[in-house]
Ligand binder design. Structure first.
Ligand code: TNX
Length: 525
């Protein structure tokens, strides 16, 4: 048996609210048993056992004996607040003889389990049995998140990621106590979600003829790789992804982007477009498309029907309906759209967009769910019940919360991980700009000038992995880590004093955990 380096500073990321190390240690043994003090936490027992088994080889049998080595305890049933969030606080106590993770409900237990894993030697993250002593420091931790919404966006439209890849992405996010996976499922370059009522969306819309080589802004004339590209999730696939996330108490928020970013849908069903006689192709290059959905009743009904299937597939509270980057060029030049504006007594194309979003939004509200749109949905007036996801800057969020709406902060200047992270000259092609791990760590989060009440309407924050220039899982991980580690600490711990050096010293240890899992993190920070 190898000698274990003692773990006086296990470098937990994100940092818990209160942590107090004591003398002594606990050693996990083959004979250690798990006792669940509430039947509701059975799934958490399975999760924990599944996490510890590969590296330790231990079965960790179940017992009802409350003197067992590991105690999992929840106080009661899950209760969601008005905004759909469960209590995620937990306490973790390790003495020489016992480990106790206690929470209000199993959402907190799930977070406590992630902290518990980090207290082990980093080899616990290996999928191979390791011959070492599983020693943990005695400690007392009381922890809860600063932000309710701690999201990460994955764009599976520009490049497709398999169910296994998405699950690995979820698992890594869960380790950082993120609780939302925002899946951007449709865009000009591909429709990736099976909709049974409209099979052509995936039969035709999930494929594009080729993919751009180089950057969409620099390289003219455009060059393409001439390889057909495609992929989509069946409704069964989505169930596996949603279940995998839920086992870790993470929610998947689907995004169906409209009325812009819809070329793949219009390719599949030309009657959705503003020029039905003109056959559009799913886009093979990046950038903002001029094409949008039309504003006919049939199109609204089509998207409502899509929403009905989406709502069935994704049990979470929130559905994202896009609303970003919808140029008004086609509506301005379409007789039908102009007539529609007169008919509906709307003064501008921006108001027409708000009307469109409201039709779909109301439908979602009627089904008992909440809806989110990008900050452009503010442009023609914001409908009741909409949550704004602010990306162009923080302004959209400020505007929304001042009007009494909820908002989520995902400003591209701070949280777009498709941007370069250290040295654009040396890195693989990225969307542009530069956001270092240190920039992320210092992201202040709350915009200035908000009252306490307004701050409460900021549900939280989200980082984004847009994938125009992220064709593989390796590249995806390299852009996500370690920036996501810094993000998780901002969102979960929200340290008022940001000490980047101290974060980096913990990150050194944390990186070993990622290495055990063969994460392709960016190797310099
Ligand atoms: C803007 S963020 C977009 C995406 C791009 C991204 C690239 C948002 C709502 N729209 O379509 O992928 O920039 O960074």
């Amino acid at each position: 048996m190898k000698n274990n380096p003692s773990q006086t500073n296990p470098s937990i990321i994100p940092l818990p609210k209160k942590i107090n190390f004591q003398a002594g240690h606990f050693v996990l043994k083959e004979s250690s048993e798990i006792c669940c003090l509430s039947s509701g936490s059975q799934q958490m027992e399975d999760l924990l056992r599944g996490y510890l088994k590969p590296a330790t080889g231990f079965e960790l049998p179940t017992t009802t004996d409350s003197n067992a080595a590991i105690i999992l305890e929840v106080e009661g049933e899950v209760e969601m607040d008005n905004n759909g969030f469960a209590d995620e606080s937990y306490e973790l106590q390790i003495s020489n003889t016992q480990i106790r993770i206690k929470a209000v409900c199993d959402w907190g237990l799930a977070r406590g389990i992630q902290t518990f894993r980090q207290l082990f030697p980093s080899e616990i993250y290996s999928d191979q049995k390791q011959d070492i002593e599983w020693k943990l420091p005695c400690v007392s931790i009381a922890d809860k998140p600063a932000m309710k919404w701690r999201g990460i966006l994955l764009d599976v439209a520009r490049h497709f990621f398999s169910v296994d890849e998405v699950c690995r992405f979820i698992e890594l996010a869960a380790q950082h106590k993120l609780n939302i996976l925002h899946l951007h499922l449709t865009d000009d370059q591909g429709w990736r979600l099976e909709i049974k009522k409209y099979p052509k969306l995936t039969d035709l819309g999930s494929r594009r003829k080729a993919t751009l080589i180089g950057h969409h802004k620099n390289d003219k004339p455009r060059r393409y790789d001439d390889q057909e590209y495609g992929g989509f999730y069946t409704q069964e696939d989505i169930k596996s992804i949603v279940d995998f996330a839920y086992q870790r108490r993470m929610v998947v928020v689907p995004e169906i982007d409209m009325p812009g970013h819809s070329t793949a849908a219009i390719h599949a069903y030309p009657s959705l477009g503003n020029n039905p006689n003109h056959q559009l192709e799913t886009k093979c290059h990046w950038g903002i498309s001029n094409h949008t959905l039309n504003v006919e009743d049939e199109t609204i009904l089509f998207m409502k029907n899509v929403m009905d299937e989406v709502i069935e597939m994704f049990p979470g509270q929130y559905i994202h309906i896009g609303g970003d980057e919808a140029p008004k060029y086609e509506w301005t030049n379409s007789r039908r759209a102009q007539d529609r504006m007169v008919e509906l007594n709307l003064k501008s194309e921006e108001e027409l967009q708000s009307w469109f979003i409201q039709q779909i939004g109301d439908h979602i509200l009627k089904r008992g769910k909440k809806y989110i749109g990008w900050d452009e949905i503010l442009e023609g007036g914001l409908a009741d019940g909409a949550t704004v996801m602010s990306w162009t800057s923080e302004e959209g969020a400020v505007h929304a919360v001042k009007e009494g709406h909820n908002a989520i902060l995902t400003p591209m200047q701070n949280l777009y991980f498709d941007f370069y992270q250290e040295n654009p000259e040396k890195e693989a092609l990225a969307f542009g700009s530069l956001i270092t791990t240190e920039d992320v760590y210092n992201y202040p989060l709350f915009p200035e000038g908000l009252s306490k009440e307004e701050q409460k309407r900021i549900l939280g924050t989200q980082c984004a992995l847009w994938t125009e220039y992220i064709p593989t899982m390796e590249r995806l991980e390299e852009r996500t880590y370690p920036r996501s580690c810094a993000f998780s600490e901002v969102a979960w711990s929200f340290p008022t004093e940001r000490d980047y050096d101290s974060f980096c010293s913990r990150l050194d240890m944390h990186i070993k955990r990622l290495r055990q899992q063969q994460v392709h993190f960016y190797n310099s920070y």
